[in-house]
Design a binder for this molecule. Structure first.
Ligand code: MTE
Ligand code: LUZ
Ligand code: MOS
Length: 779
């Protein structure tokens, strides 16, 4: 009865499909409940000169109106307290909440919102990365990871390319917006239901804002309608506002952001500007790579520094490069504070190096796959990252070879070239990109988890952890893990909603590691209970049926799990346990920039083929072949869903999802009609997804590898294929392309390519001989 490894459906699949899975806004109204909303700044930077809430207060049905002065502790922020819950004197981004309103109905709330008068004297705003660099407006210090002598190696390299790449942000577009329901109890206690990836942080922030103790606040999360990183820190706003209203009025209070408010006020994936300099040989082997990453952090720190840290850890992607220097700077701007988003800085790093590789391939007239294979991590000295971690069991060369063969890459490369030389209306491109994603929070402390396991007298089992369910399947995998420990069917296991009352001081459900962390803590708890049961049962000369492998014939009497439970209870043996887990073997010295921050790496690769309409700039993804090495998955069906979902989310990021901000810093693309996420017809019509079974870490449920974020980074293959198609227009010359490659961007580049040489001018230290180019083409 092995539950681990079974492709069972998601624990809530039925409820999801029927629409009966409850999210915060679906909870039935509680008696006397208030609805909470806010009024935000219209300008992106300014000094507040007057706030008049008298008219709003007099709207019938309005219970309370709050400004900064009403908040016991107004200074909040997840990592550093550099934000205000309600702006007091200065507004720092368009949409920033200034006034909060609690009303009996949503209608009364809407009426009151329109009656609030706020006067703001505008100040100059910093909106772009370039602006911020010019004014030296940064958050935190510059961070660096380096190895070797990059300046010398660049100077000595036979060929060199320098350039810039602009990478766009991404809206999380979770279907359930940020939401919370706060219920006051006596003794100053407060229960907050929150759509959060991070119940402990919501508990901490609510306690801080109300100047109560964490012991007085409980945060519960049954599930989220998607998080994608957007609820790692930013579930705080509605939770704090609802808690404030609940504490001030003594009534339950609910705050559910409208989609357009959520769009405007919450942070997104960080836009990046990357300046690079790469030195390489005629065969495409890279000697040196220097990249300076600037991210647009928005108005506050939030997670921008850890996001940038993960960028630096992924800047070389799947390649061994002897001499590197990666520098990261977070820009402070007058925009919402950008935050975690699936990949957490990794996708931008991978887009940058893959862009560089496409340019090298175009310049040398070598196929991109050849350049990638020649630089790929292998073993020995060539499996050491710039920060000194040895990459084990990555299987990257094999993955690339298998994928190139199974996708028929070579033949399709020739077909693509033939097509391009003959078609006057369309252009095709083909590219392969690998991924190597580090698993663990880069901050060591965060790699811990606890779990509570309760065996009930009827033999059913409850398990709870701090891990939250956002659709990714953690609850289902926990069910399988606990079922396996006790030898029970998964139906016997119930995963309880995450609650700070059961599991305290927990990390966010993030970094793709929540099954590894929470599952291991649950196993630890299960083993304690098992050991106790075994002692009781062995003392009676019996064995438990569920724990026997095959031979049940000889030996002592066999009892069922349920009988064993009854015996243990009778003997007054505890049937509950709390387990704890801390990831072993990880360490990183931030000052030295060296260490092994990751427990292991999830690796994979994808081949994408695109077709561009030369007159419209329209891009169609013709075919994708994708391989992800997941070791020994706990649930291959869920992991397949995660792989496809993550890839398609990445497809949106690299092609159509463009965030447009006007000159005043207001988001123009703030709805589904102006911000284009993929729909079913955008999924590649030919899409081959293979989960490769490999050598996972054996002490991780027999070799499980994290799946949540890595597939998103494989969508860079689509963008690389578009870039390859463009570059094929002027052989020997790289084609600059920003990300996302929207129709407009592609059309602009097509026009530029046909008019003048591209702005990324290759700077050859020496010329490649015609012969060596020929050799390369044939390899
Ligand atoms: N899948 C769904 N359906 N919804 C989500 O919000 N978030 C992703 C990923 N998959 C997400 C998802 C992100 S950003 C992360 S970090 C992981 O799930 C977190 O869960 P895990 O650690 O259990 O993989
Ligand atoms: N969150 C975080 C993350 O705080 N640290 C991380 O390293 C991380 N990685 C991926 C996603 N979220
Ligand atoms: Mo995911 S960005 O780690 O929530």
């Amino acid at each position: 009865m092995n539950a681990i490894g079974q492709p069972i459906p998601h624990e809530s699949a039925r409820e999801h499909v029927r629409g009966s899975a409850a999210y915060i806004d679906d909870f039935p109204p509680i008696r006397d409940e208030l609805f909470v909303g806010f009024v935000g700044s219209r300008v992106s930077h300014g000094r507040i000169t007057a706030i008049d809430v008298a008219a709003a207060r007099s709207v019938p049905g309005v219970a309370a109106v709050f400004t900064a002065a009403d908040v016991p502790e107004n200074r909040i922020g997840p990592v550093v307290h550099d934000e205000e819950l309600l702006a007091s004197e200065e507004v720092l981004f368009a949409g920033q909440p200034i006034v909060a309103i609690a009303a009996e109905t949503r209608t009364a709330l809407a009426a009151a919102r329109s009656r609030v008068e706020v006067r703001v004297e505008p100040l100059p705003a910093v909106l772009t990365i370039e602006d911020a660099i010019g004014r030296e407006s940064f958050i935190g210090p510059a961070r660096t990871i380096r190895r070797g002598d990059v300046a010398a190696a660049l100077a000595a390299a036979p060929h060199r390319l320098r350039g810039e790449l602009r990478i766009g942000g991404q809206e999380h577009f979770y279907l359930e917006t940020q939401a919370a329901l706060a219920i006051p109890h006596d003794g100053g206690e407060l229960v907050v239901h929150s759509s959060t990836q991070n119940p402990t942080e919501i508990q901490a922030i609510v306690a801080r804002v109300l100047r109560r103790t964490m012991a007085q606040v409980t945060c519960i999360c049954r599930r989220m309608g998607g998080g994608f990183g957007g609820k790692e820190t930013q579930a705080a706003l509605p939770a704090a506002l609802a808690a404030l209203a609940a504490a001030r009025t003594g009534r339950p209070a609910r705050c559910v952001l409208a989609h357009e408010d959520d769009f405007r006020v919450t942070g997104k994936r960080h836009p990046y500007l990357v300046r690079y300099d790469v030195g390489f040989r005629v065969d495409g082997v890279i000697d040196a790579y220097r990249a300076e990453f600037f991210s647009n952090g928005g108005f506050s720190a939030d997670l921008s520094l850890p996001v940038m840290e993960r960028t630096l850890f992924h800047a070389e992607n799947a390649y061994f490069i002897p001499h590197v220097e990666f520098i990261g700077r977070v820009c402070r701007t007058n925009l919402p504070s950008n935050t975690a988003f699936r990949g957490f800085g990794g996708p931008q790093a991978v887009a940058a190096i893959e862009s560089v590789i496409e340019d090298i391939a175009a310049y040398l007239r070598i196929d991109g796959a050849v350049v990638r294979k020649r630089n790929c991590y292998s073993d020995g000295d060539r499996a050491i990252t710039p920060y000194g971690q040895v990459v084990r069991d990555h299987a990257l060369p094999e993955i690339l070879d298998e994928l190139l063969a199974s996708s028929d890459y070579e033949r399709r490369r020739m077909e693509t070239s033939a097509f391009n030389s003959q078609s006057r209306t369309h252009l095709r491109g083909l590219a392969v990109t690998p991924v190597k994603f580090g698993i663990s929070f880069t901050r060591k402390t965060m790699n811990q988890a606890n779990a509570l396991v309760h065996v009930q007298l009827d033999g059913s089992v409850q398990v709870s952890t701090g891990g939250t369910e956002m659709g990714q399947g953690l609850s289902t995998k926990l069910q399988q893990i606990v079922a396996d420990e006790f030898g029970l069917p998964v139906e016997a296991i119930r995963v309880l909603p995450a609650s700070t009352e059961r599991n305290h001081n927990t990390s966010p459900t993030a970094a793709s590691a929540s099954t590894d962390l929470n599952g291991a803590a649950a196993v630890e708890a299960c083993r304690q209970i098992r050991k106790r049961l075994e002692t009781v049962i062995a003392a009676r000369g019996e064995r438990v049926r569920e724990w026997l492998s095959s031979d049940t014939a000889a030996g002592p009497r066999i009892v069922s799990f349920r009988e064993a439970i009854a015996a243990a209870h009778e003997a007054r043996v505890d049937l509950g346990a709390r387990g704890f887990f801390a990831t072993p073997g990880i360490d990183f010295d931030r000052d030295a920039g060296r260490g092994s921050p990751f427990r292991y790496f999830t690796t994979g690769a994808a081949v994408a083929e695109v077709e561009i309409d030369r007159w419209l700039g329209d891009v169609i993804v013709r075919r994708v072949d994708l391989v992800l090495d997941l070791g020994r998955p706990i649930n291959p069906a869920i992991d397949r869903g995660q792989t496809i979902g993550g890839f398609v989310q990445g497809l949106g990021w690299v092609t159509t999802e463009a965030l447009v901000v006007d000159a005043e810093g207001r988001l123009l693309s703030d709805s589904a009609t102006t911000y284009k996420i993929p729909n079913v017809t955008d999924i590649p019509s030919e899409f081959h997804v293979r989960l490769r079974l490999g050598q996972g870490p054996p002490d991780n449920f027999g070799g499980n590898k994290a799946v949540g974020e890595p597939p998103l980074l494989l969508a860079v293959s689509i963008w690389a294929a578009i870039k390859q198609a463009l570059a094929s227009l002027v052989p020997g010359t790289p084609a600059p392309l920003d990300l996302p490659a929207t129709n407009e961007e592609v059309l602009r580049r097509l026009t530029d390519l046909q008019r003048e040489p591209p702005s990324t001018v290759p700077e050859a230290n020496g010329e490649a001989s015609a012969e060596s180019i020929h050799d390369s083409v044939r390899t």
